[in-house]
Design a protein around this ligand. Structure first.
Ligand code: G3H
Length: 252
């Protein structure tokens, strides 16, 4: 059976307790769209509050440390995320790769730690504009998959891949539907190489300037199983419009 479309809001470093009402509105909307799997990854500081109030949507982290505990000032372990009510974590987002020096090897170690703590993982990959212009997008993304994804028995069922071209994040620019389809097909083929037949069941999300206006078209591209949404996930109205576009039977 095909996976439900998966729509994930990444709030990044946005949100205080003033956002709890927005989160409740998203959760109520998610309940009306049972055909779509809805999730929000708020800052660490809001995970527990959102998780305690969420009836339908899943709550996750945006990162975790690879170690279980220890002298890592400012970091948060996967077990701490799970203890706060998270059921998944995003890993290897391009902002962390670029701003925090996260390599593929670090991303894989974090993913292994997250799985060990009982979390699902959303592993992000994507090329820069220079890499795309040089015709290297597919090679870069497949290399990231090869070296970032956790592997092992039963792992594929707890992994989601998010393809986010770096140049499309927060810019309002998106690849053509044909380009998105082409790279998602390449990702699917690589997932089958990595995970065998289980790779066919891994959801692949598109991320990068997804909004209420373009969601239906982007979500219809080949092998796109959902979206990782940044800016448009900060308001319930715009986020739920994307959920609706993902095909929920909904009441509206
Ligand atoms: O994780 C989300 C992505 O970085 C996309 O962000 P954006 O929707 O603001 O472009």
């Amino acid at each position: 059976m095909a996976n439900r479309p998966f729509i994930v809001g990444n709030w990044k470093m946005n949100g205080t307790r003033a956002m709890l009402a927005e989160a409740r509105a998203i959760d109520r909307g998610a309940a009306r769209h049972a055909g779509v799997r809805v999730a929000v990854a708020p800052p660490f500081t809001l995970i527990q509050a959102l998780a305690e109030n969420a009836e339908t949507m899943a709550i996750g982290g945006q990162d975790c440390h690879a170690a279980a505990s220890g002298a890592y000032t400012g970091d948060v372990s996967a077990a701490m995320l799970a203890d706060s009510g998270a059921s998944f974590t995003i890993l290897g987002h391009s902002e962390r790769r670029a701003m925090h020096g996260e390599t593929d090897e670090i991303v894989r170690a974090k993913a292994e730690a997250a799985l060990a703590a009982g979390l699902e993982v959303i592993v992000c990959v994507g090329e820069t504009e220079a890499q795309r212009d040089a015709g290297q997008a597919e090679a870069v993304v497949c290399g990231q998959l090869d070296c970032s994804l956790p592997v092992g028995e039963g792992v594929a069922g707890r992994v989601t891949v998010a393809y986010e071209p770096v140049w499309a994040i927060g810019t309002g620019r998106v690849p053509s539907v044909e380009d998105i389809g082409a790279i998602h097909r390449a990702i699917r083929a690589r997932l089958v190489t990595i995970y065998g037949e289980d790779g066919a069941g891994v959801s692949i999300l598109y991320g990068g300037s997804v909004n209420a206006a373009n969601a239906a078209e982007l979500l219809a591209a080949d092998e796109v199983g959902g979206a990782l949404v940044g800016g448009a996930s900060l308001q319930a109205d715009s986020f739920l419009a994307i959920v609706l576009a993902a095909g929920g039977p909904g009441e509206e």
